[in-house]
Design a protein around this ligand. Structure first.
Ligand code: SAM
Length: 220
């Protein structure tokens, strides 16, 4: 691949990825524009960048994955259609790609990761890209109390139930997108707060790595 124009190759691959997302039924123009613009390969280790635009989840180390592009686009569409602007808390920073997509779309982004190595790596990527994303290292099932409430909460790991502390940190008319279910498969769930009333609706099935924490799955 010596002498190749990588910028152009990656741009072409992003275009193909977006065309694929459209075929899968992703229609929101803000989401598609973000996927076309955010350079997904920069969230991969250099030796794995050729896989950055493959249509699958990919290992990022520490037993974790960057989610399949379709999954990120699906969750982001669910969020933006119900919560077009404001503050969003992401649980599970991982590679940082989902947070960068939300940042590109104009949200004020807060993200929590429990694994120090992934936290440090994403910190480096955000810094290199000049992104003003707020990061916290800790148990995301407990949210981010000092910055709450949030207009949107997006949980990118599979939970047995919605963590009660996260529900408390959802603003009035706020929306939480969270995969809920067992350890091998979950249903994407949308929870909306209306005053003291919470409305919960389940959608398609996915398979996420577990949300590990005091109000999630136990470690080990
Ligand atoms: N959103 C990520 C991205 O764009 O690359 C992918 C997330 S990966 C599927 C799930 C992430 O959730 C992992 O990085 C994992 O360490 C993290 N995680 C699991 N339980 C967590 C918790 N209680 N608090 C914070 N992060 C957690």
């Amino acid at each position: 691949m010596a002498g190749q124009d990588y910028g152009r190759i990656y741009r072409d691959r992003r275009y193909e990825m977006v065309e694929q997302l459209k075929r899968y039924g992703i229609t929101n123009t803000r989401v598609l524009e973000a996927f076309l613009s955010v350079e997904r390969h920069l969230f991969f280790d250099p030796e794995n960048r050729e896989h950055a635009y493959d249509d699958c989840a990919f290992p990022i180390g520490c037993g974790q994955t960057i989610s399949q592009p379709y999954t990120v686009a699906y969750m982001t569409s669910m969020l933006v259609e119900r919560c077009p602007s404001g503050t969003v808390l992401e649980i599970g920073t991982g590679s940082g790609y989902q947070a960068a997509i939300l940042d590109f779309m104009g949200y004020s982004v807060y993200t929590v990761e429990r694994i120090p190595e992934l936290f440090r790596r994403s910190l480096g990527v955000f810094k290199a890209l000049g992104l003003k994303i707020h990061q916290h290292l800790g148990d995301g099932t407990l949210g981010w109390k000092d910055e709450a409430p949030f207009n949107g909460i997006i949980v990118t790991a599979g939970a047995p139930d919605p963590p009660p502390t996260l529900l408390e940190q959802l603003a009035d008319n706020g929306v939480m997108i969270i995969p809920i279910g067992g350890s091998t498969g979950q249903q994407m769930t949308v929870i909306t707060r209306n005053g003291n009333t919470l409305q919960q609706e389940a959608f398609h099935s996915f398979a996420f790595v577990p949300l590990i924490g005091r109000e999630g799955w136990m470690d080990g």
